[in-house]
Ligand binder design. Structure first.
Ligand SMILES: [Zn+2]
Length: 267
């Protein structure tokens, strides 16, 4: 089971940096660090871990490292794996838990996460060492119209299946797309690469278009949110691979209440 705790602290040691993007330096601000640990609840307390232990460990390890990193203008891409390892070392004196990840929002649309995945030991004598991996999630919006319709079914059946979404002249949505990908260690330009891939592969194709009429991808494929997510992932996967990034998944929100994630993965 996972337990997630958000710990809030202020980065007060940072000197402001000019012209830095959120991908490079943390701005002087409150940080909300999300810590996720893996373990089993204690039979009596029902706790995996006392959340005050997580807060204390974050204050003592991650907060000073992020403050120093920010003051020295070091990239968060370099600092987060080191901070995750230090936090894991601090928390895992509790033998029954394992640090799964730490994550923070660099802006309202950009999130960075460091996951600790346990690797197989080289020999039976070695204990497995957790290896940090970085994943980022960036979100964007585009506006498009569409019509859900199956040509081989009657008008009445189409209205029954799709309701208002079968309106003959279509209707519009403000779609929000979240792109999640793995970043090689040492890389720092990943957000710029995702921005460029989304601009080239998604915005140019679908933004302010009628998906059925303007986009060949949906000439014969119903532009449901499920199909939009799959098509977006397939375009982005190739473009991100060219930039050295591994696409994990794409989540497309058609409305605040409805979204699709492709491929099926923990988001
Ligand atoms: Zn719709």
């Amino acid at each position: 089971m996972f337990l997630t705790r958000v710990t809030k602290f202020f980065l007060h040691e940072m000197a402001p940096s000019e012209g830095s993007s959120p991908a490079c330096d943390l701005l002087e601000t409150w940080i909300e660090l999300e810590t996720t640990v893996h373990g089993s609840p204690d039979a009596q307390t029902g706790y995996i871990l006392d959340i005050s232990q997580i807060d204390r460990a974050v204050f003592e390890t991650v907060a000073p490292m992020l403050a120093a990193s920010s003051a020295q203008h070091r990239s968060i891409f370099h600092t987060l794996p080191t901070a995750a390892n230090a936090l894991a070392h601090s928390l895992e004196s509790e033998k029954h838990i394992r640090l799964h990840s730490i994550a923070l929002d660099l802006s309202p649309t950009k999130r960075i996460q460091c996951l600790l995945t346990e690797t197989r030991p080289h020999s039976p004598l070695c204990t497995p060492m957790p290896q940090p991996t970085i994943e980022i999630t960036a979100s964007y919006e585009f506006a498009a119209s569409h019509r859900l319709h199956c040509a081989d079914r009657s008008d009445e059946e189409n209205r029954r299946i799709f309701g208002k979404c079968n309106n003959p002249n279509g209707h519009g949505h403000n779609y929000r797309i979240e792109v999640r990908c793995a970043v090689p260690m040492g890389s720092t330009g990943a957000f710029d690469a995702v921005d460029a891939a989304v601009e080239n592969e998604i915005m140019r194709r679908f933004d302010h278009r009628h998906l059925n009429l303007d986009c060949p991808e949906f000439a014969k494929l119903n532009p449901s949110v499920e199909n939009i997510a799959k098509i977006c992932f397939e375009y982005l996967e190739a473009a991100l691979a060219n930039a050295g990034l591994q696409a994990r998944c794409v989540r497309v929100h058609e409305t605040p209440k409805t979204s699709a994630i492709y491929p099926a993965t923990q988001f």
